[in-house]
Design a protein. Structure first.
Length: 277
């Protein structure tokens, strides 16, 4: 498809219940004012910025601009072997660091978006063979994000989230909260070992003068062990603080496909099938 981004809107006329999810995967790559953010998303919900593009626009060419805002590590995206996508000044390389929206499918209570961000990651890492990200918006309530990565050599994988407030981390999940709402991320399934869940602060590589007097931003990171292929299913659960309810996940890995089940408090279940190959 020729479009470079897709936005999901829910209850646009009701700000206190409004959800907006936008994902980018563009043929223009990181040219000019674009950033190295193919496959990255932002999430606004319940009158709060839940998942942000972190950092500040200080000035063109500042270290905040070149070393953070343009870089993949400042986005809600993945790093492969610690590497993101090309974000330099060479326009040919920037154009080649591209992505594709493969498909968008809308059904009752389910929106599916499939993206291919392989070329973007190959721009800095020749060992990347594929980097696919699929998004499922279920029952107008939560998201399942599936990252499928393969390489010619084993590489680590980092799944990053950005926020204005710190993340509270546990064994397989992390959450960040604001005055009106919050968002919880949990690893529903991973084919490689989840080695750490981290809350990181600061703007790596940025001159402190560029953010003097500005609020800190935070990065939540799931870090996975080195492997030839990675399949990671992340449950993204935005919620209003006054009515947070639980979601439960179960994985069936016995057949030809991997089946991830998500069940809410009313016993409504959704099954996501992920091919094993």
């Amino acid at each position: 498809m020729s479009i470079g981004w897709v936005s999901i809107q829910h209850k646009l006329d009701q700000p206190e219940s409004h959800l907006q999810f936008t994902i980018k995967s563009s043929a223009l790559g990181s040219v000019s004012h674009s950033a190295a953010d193919q496959g990255a998303f932002v999430l606004y919900g319940f009158e709060e910025d839940l998942a942000i593009h972190s950092g500040y626009y200080v000035s063109y060419g500042s270290t905040m601009h070149t070393q953070w805002r343009k870089q993949t590590r400042s986005k809600n995206a993945i790093l492969i072997g610690g590497e993101g996508q090309y974000a330099g000044s060479d326009k040919i390389l920037a154009k080649s660091a591209s992505g594709k929206i493969l498909s968008v499918d809308e059904q009752p209570n389910l929106v599916t978006i499939c993206t291919d961000n392989t070329a973007a990651y190959q721009s800095l890492n020749e060992n990347v063979k594929s980097a696919l990200r699929d998004v499922y918006f279920v029952n107008n309530r939560y998201f399942l994000i599936v990252d499928r990565v393969s390489g010619s050599t084993p590489q680590t994988l980092q799944v990053r989230q950005q926020a204005e407030h710190p993340f509270v981390c546990s064994t397989k999940s992390m959450a960040t909260a604001m005055p009106k709402a919050g968002v919880e991320y949990s690893v529903a399934y991973s084919s490689s070992a989840l080695e750490s869940v981290n809350n990181l602060s600061g703007f790596e590589g940025v001159d402190p003068k560029d953010y003097d007097g500005l609020d800190m931003n935070y990065v939540g990171e799931f870090s996975f062990a080195s492997a030839l292929t990675h399949r990671v299913v992340t449950l993204v659960h935005p919620y209003r603080n006054v009515e947070k309810k639980s979601l439960y996940t179960f994985v069936d890995d016995q057949g030809f496909n991997l089946n991830v089940y998500v069940t809410d408090e009313d016993d409504h279940s959704f099954k996501l099938e992920v091919p094993k190959v």
